[in-house]
Design a protein around this ligand. Structure first.
Ligand SMILES: Cc1cc2nc3c(=O)[nH]c(=O)nc-3n(C[C@H](O)[C@H](O)[C@H](O)COP(=O)(O)OP(=O)(O)OC[C@H]3O[C@@H](n4cnc5c(N)ncnc54)[C@H](O)[C@@H]3O)c2cc1C
Length: 406
């Protein structure tokens, strides 16, 4: 029996892979980044329980490690899919594996590495060495080398210091062809490009950040190391504004609702209040869309005297000389125009589907929605915006569909 291929190792892909393997079927899981976990692993915490993101993921990573039915590849992407349901041929490409699996992550290579690169994990707001551990809880727990910044044999310092002979700077890209019975696309999402929303001036101020960047700003292992800091002057902002539907439900940008941004901003506001109880927070929204257990957040926010929910769309943000931000909005409930000066602004930008880069899988709005008869299934946020709990349920349902094809 041929294995199932799962493309994308976020919470959805990882869930599909373990569910398939645990009913005894072979599965191949590929991920384009050097680590699994997708967007969730970059969060500070996640609703509804506000536990660290690694909570749910760690268990799944253990399930992967313990199950010989799962073969997994990181830094790997699909180049071509041919064939049909029950008999697909898939060409894959793996980036050079300069660091071998016998790396113990002792960190001596980092000490001697002279080159720096912007940390993609922190959206470029911090730096790592050219040889780096993607993050403290990374799975696989293995160092990685950034091709663009490493001087390879011209430097060679990491090779010289490695006692385990775990670095091979001559490693090349690897190609393989897989034969699989069905395919699960779980390539998830990326954040909408905030620079496209010109009136919100994201690019003109360092103190306007997006919601995903905020996760890394507030995380204890993130940009401010457990402090919320403004990039312009390293000060701790005490007046913070959230702009909901930044580009969402807007025909000029994303016509749809991303389903999770309201809950995410409520989570962010409560996290700031915990860290800085004296802070003043305003959340500008069109409609507050929170369902299920996340309604608890809404009630908590409504009861918090330092957080104000303002029903009104922000039309303009301008920066002052001292790098504060002036927001202009109409308070729909009072019918009055509001001018508010904040020290930091967080744009709740929406979810855009990741592009697998294969024509076969494109649909309207960019989300994948493949008819099952082709033997290609979509799990999680690649299908539509959804939270982790819905992604896990969807991924489990998709696993059931995928194993029915031999
Ligand atoms: C600001 C914000 C905060 C949020 N907070 C919460 C929260 O607190 N609680 C909650 O329940 N939900 C939250 N969400 C929603 C949550 O992020 C999603 O439910 C979750 O990420 C869905 O997981 P996924 O695996 O479908 O997609 P992703 O997390 O996007 O994972 C997709 C994976 O596929 C990989 N991939 C992409 N393209 C390819 C390719 N071509 N080849 C191979 N691999 C590829 C990616 O690298 C990634 O690892 C939040 C969303 C936002 C925007």
């Amino acid at each position: 029996m041929k294995p199932v291929l799962v493309i994308g190792g976020g919470i959805s892909g990882v869930t599909t892979a373990v569910e398939i393997a645990e009913v005894g079927k072979e599965v191949i899981l590929i991920e384009k980044e050097p680590y699994f976990g997708g967007n969730v692993v970059k969060f500070n915490n996640y609703f509804p329980k506000l536990c660290p993101p690694t909570c749910g993921l760690e268990i799944n990573f253990r399930r992967i490690k313990q199950n010989s039915k799962i073969k997994y590849f990181t830094s790997t992407e699909v180049q071509e899919i041919s064939g049909e349901k029950g008999d697909f041929k898939v060409k894959i490409k793996t980036a050079p594996q300069y660091v071998k699996n016998n790396c113990t992550s002792c960190g001596k290579c980092i000490e001697v590495c002279p080159e720096e690169r912007p940390s993609d994990f922190n959206y470029g707001f911090t730096k790592t060495k050219a040889i780096y551990l993607p993050h403290e809880m990374a799975f696989p727990y293995k160092f990685n080398i950034d091709d663009e910044y490493c001087k390879k044999e011209l430097c060679n310092k990491c090779v010289e210091v490695c006692e385990y002979n775990a670095i091979d700077l001559s490693a090349k890209k690897e190609f393989a062809e897989l034969e699989v019975s069905s395919i699960v696309v779980s390539t998830g999402w990326k954040n909408y490009d905030a620079s496209k929303i010109e009136n919100l001036n994201y690019l003109t101020s360092k103190n306007i950040i997006t919601n995903v960047e905020f996760e890394r700003f507030i995380a204890s292992n993130g940009v401010g190391e457990n402090k919320l800091l403004r990039l312009s002057d390293n000060s701790e902002p005490k007046k913070i504004a959230f702009v909901q539907c930044a580009g969402s439900r807007d025909e000029n940008h994303l016509p749809y609702c991303s389903a999770v941004c309201c809950s995410a901003s409520l989570k962010h506001a409560l996290t700031i209040q915990e860290l800085y109880p004296e802070s003043e927070i305003k959340i500008f929204y069109i409609d507050m869309r929170v369902v299920g257990r996340n309604e608890d957040f809404l009630v908590k926010v409504q009861n918090n005297k330092n957080i104000e929910l303002v029903k009104g769309k922000v039309g303009k943000i301008n920066e002052t000389e001292n790098n504060n931000l002036i927001l202009e909005a109409e308070d729909i409930l009072s019918g009055r125009k509001i001018i508010y000066e904040a020290e930091m602004v967080v744009l709740a930008t929406g979810i855009v589907p990741s592009d697998l880069g294969l024509d076969l899988l494109k649909e309207s709005n960019g989300f994948h929605n493949i008819d099952q008869k082709y033997g290609i299934y979509v799990a999680g946020c690649g299908k539509k915006p959804m939270d982790v709990s819905a992604s896990v349920k969807d991924a489990t349902a998709v696993a059931l569909k995928a194993i029915q094809i031999n």
